[in-house]
Design a protein. Structure first.
Length: 241
């Protein structure tokens, strides 16, 4: 989403973010803005109205990616302003799946959830020992969710059996917007934390790969130890890409 910009060039004001500052950032993004809006609309099912439900981790992913600043510097108002400027919609009415069912949260509550999610993601990546392993786990989770959405009566097969050696092979096809419209499958997977769903559910491999590139910067000020370890891992992985 912020391809071609250094983090220092795309920071947009943290807690003091206003519409004018946001629009300055969006002007610098330039031609990518239309793609950003379409991607957000498609992936968060905004075109389906506020009745659509998306997996919680997918929503947290997009809010973290859209924020563009270390999460410790961000406010709920900043996230809400950026989201409304890009999509024309408010955060408070969005519905997302959790292990306890479908939820709606105010902007400050969402900010807390995004912070928790980023910390969980960071610990997950560091504990796994490599970026590549984290991406493979994301592939398994995405495949399992897609399969369960398309055939709710089928047995929960091991996604490893269908996982291509090429991480991109089975992950370009998005979940159809008509699949799991009420979030029932997402809630089930989150409740049992299948395939690390509380961190990865709904997120494509390529999406996660983009976020992991910036994750050390997003974690600065929130957890310096994790940020440092992530920096070592991302430097190693992306230097070989």
């Amino acid at each position: 989403m912020t391809k071609g910009f250094k983090l220092s060039e795309i920071q947009v004001g943290g807690a003091d973010l206003d519409v004018a500052t946001t629009m300055d950032f969006l002007r610098r993004v330039g031609p990518e803005l239309a793609n950003i809006c379409k991607q957000l609309s498609d992936r968060l099912r905004l075109s389906k109205g506020y009745d659509a439900v998306v997996p919680g981790p997918l929503l947290f992913y997009y809010l973290a990616t859209l924020s563009c600043v270390p999460i410790a510097q961000l406010s709920g108002t900043a996230i809400a302003n950026m989201f409304r400027t890009v999509t024309g919609k408010g955060l408070g009415s969005l519905r997302f799946a959790t292990k306890k069912g479908t939820r709606q949260k105010a902007k400050e509550e969402l900010l807390v959830l995004v912070r928790y999610w980023l910390c969980d993601l960071s610990r997950f990546v560091v504990k796994g020992g490599s970026i590549k392993k984290a991406l493979r786990m994301a592939a398994r989770c995405h495949t399992a969710y897609s399969d369960k959405c398309r055939s709710k009566d089928s047995p929960d097969a091991d996604a490893d059996a269908n996982l291509s050696a090429d991480l991109d092979a089975d992950l370009e096809a998005d979940l159809d917007n008509n699949l799991d419209p009420n979030g029932a499958v997402a809630v089930e997977m989150l409740r049992h934390d299948k395939h690390h769903s509380h961190i990865l559910l709904g997120i494509r491999v390529k999406e996660l790969e983009v976020l992991l590139m910036y994750l050390p910067e997003l974690m600065k000020g929130q957890d310096e130890d994790l940020a440092g370890r992530l920096t070592e891992m991302t430097d190693s992985f992306y230097s070989q890409s």
